[in-house]
Design a protein around this ligand. Structure first.
Ligand SMILES: C[S@@+](CC[C@H](N)C(=O)[O-])C[C@H]1O[C@@H](n2cnc3c(N)ncnc32)[C@H](O)[C@@H]1O
Length: 243
């Protein structure tokens, strides 16, 4: 069974994840910038460039959170006609909505509360589906991947950005220490939710990465076409296609 944010509580991982993101939502963006030294923005931009290589009119950003990836997708020159941003946490979506309104992008970005394991969209609807730092948090990964495949048009791609583990010396050792000791402490202080920032490294350690994640994609009926490790393997972008 995969790790949960509040191990001692009985409710499901999905419920706990929703509760945790509702709690940390007001400080989520600040924490991202501080804890990743801003690198998360570079990774999202790379993902957007990959999506833009194929003309995609209708894009779904699953686990959109505070909307950074949806906003980045909507800010490109060859922008999609519509970007849907879906998330299970109303707290995160509220912040996304403020950012979208501030940029006047309400006509381009549609925000929706919903669950990745039961997507409220028709089959074969999207030209691309993206998900950044979301899949690791799904209650049922296989169900989430199958749902994202279902809503993709045949031949369209799923783009997943997720944490992985660097393997080269000394990055592996330095990052391991930062991620397991400094980040949980610092994250706990800023977010005032210590469990949330202990869950972060624990969920990354627990998550299938590289070939193991590609095997999950195949099991869900997707064909992995490219996996690109980012910044010494701290994160990976996985691209897979619906046949
Ligand atoms: C680490 S945040 C990532 C947010 C955003 N994609 C980003 O790059 O900053 C993970 C998000 O996944 C959402 N999430 C987790 N499980 C979900 C599910 N089953 N369905 C939809 N969203 C989910 C959480 O509410 C949270 O907003």
């Amino acid at each position: 069974m995969s790790v949960k944010p509040y191990e001692k509580q009985e409710d499901s991982k999905k419920e706990q994840v929703r509760m945790m993101f509702n709690r940390i939502a007001p400080r989520y963006d600040l924490l991202n910038r501080v804890l990743s030294f801003g690198i998360d923005r570079i990774w999202r931009r790379r993902l957007v460039r990959l999506v833009r290589k194929k003309a995609a009119a209708t894009v779904l950003d699953v686990a959109t959170g505070t909307g950074d990836l949806a906003l980045a997708l909507a800010a490109t020159r060859r922008k999609p006609l519509t970007v849907y941003g879906l998330d299970i946490s109303s707290g995160m979506l509220e912040l996304a909505r403020k950012k979208v309104n501030k940029k006047g992008l309400q006509d381009l970005i549609v925000l929706k509360e919903g669950d990745s394991e039961a997507l409220p969209f028709d089959d074969n609807y999207f030209d691309a589906v993206t998900v950044a730092f979301g899949v690791r948090n799904f209650g049922d990964l296989a169900k989430g991947l199958a749902e994202m495949r279902r809503v993709l048009k045949p031949g369209a791609s799923l783009y997943v950005l997720e944490f992985s583990k660097p393997s080269v010396f000394p990055v592996k050792q330095l990052y391991g220490f930062y991620f397991s000791h400094i980040l949980p402490w610092w994250g706990g202080v800023i977010s005032k939710d210590k469990a949330a920032y202990s869950y972060l490294p624990a969920s990354v350690m627990d998550f299938p990465e590289g070939a193991a994640f590609e095997a999950e994609l195949r099991r869900a009926g997707l064909n992995p076409t490219r996996s690109r490790r980012q910044t010494f393997g701290i994160a990976t972008i996985y691209i897979s296609e619906k046949g």
